[in-house]
Design a binder for this molecule. Structure first.
Ligand code: ZN
Length: 210
């Protein structure tokens, strides 16, 4: 803002910003409305109240927990194969956790992590430091590919996700492993399995992912 204040919004799982070109009504899940001079509005909406919004001065921005430890965006130049290799090599944690950790790369959730690992042919429980250079490069490529496809399909509407215009995404129809336990892998015909890694369900094909 002109005043030097900054607005920081962390949408977490179900928070969203919906833009209306007119003065729209609110419901019980609307927690904030930004009104613009052309009478359009941006609504801050969250059915589960996990999202948070801060209004801070530039000097105070570092006090927001979690924000300064956010890793690079997956499409930033900083997110290079070399960077990913350093992060993997430094960790014995399962590669699935590394993808979900917002410190490695920002913005990958549980669904996309499973799809990325399937695309890369890597078992989600493999330790980060056990990955070969070739696997890391494949992982890096898969992160970009799967996220690009997800964005092109306007997101994945598994529960109540809608995009900034309030529309449901369609990526849920393209999921190859997530939520597919017991179904046949479309590459090899083996059954998709599910296991818990760090408390989160992970879906994978034990034949395609080594
Ligand atoms: Zn398979």
């Amino acid at each position: 803002f002109h005043s030097g204040l900054r607005l920081v919004i962390h949408l977490r799982m179900t928070g969203r910003l919906v833009y209306y070109s007119f003065a729209a009504g609110t419901d019980k899940h609307t927690h904030g409305v930004f009104k613009f001079s052309d009478s359009s509005e941006l609504h801050f909406h969250d059915v589960r109240k996990f999202a948070t919004m801060w209004l801070v001065t530039s000097a105070d921005i570092n006090v927001i927990k979690g924000l300064c430890s956010l890793g690079p965006e997956p499409f930033a130049a900083e997110f290079s194969p070399k960077y990913l290799k350093e992060k993997c090599a430094a960790s014995r944690r399962p590669v699935k956790n590394l993808l979900l950790s917002q410190e490695t790369v920002a913005g990958i959730g549980n669904i996309y992590a499973d799809e990325i690992l399937f695309e890369a042919g890597i078992d989600p429980s493999r330790a980060g430091n056990s990955l070969s250079d070739k696997e890391i490069f494949s992982l890096w490529q898969s992160i970009k590919k799967v996220l690009s496809e997800g964005i092109a399909a306007r997101g994945t509407s598994v529960r109540d996700y809608v995009d900034g215009a309030g529309s449901k995404g369609s990526y849920q129809h393209k999921l190859k492993v997530y939520g597919c336990e017991g179904k046949k892998c479309h590459l090899c015909g083996s059954l998709i399995l599910r296991k818990k890694i760090a408390g989160r369900s992970s879906y994978y094909c034990s034949s395609c992912q080594g």
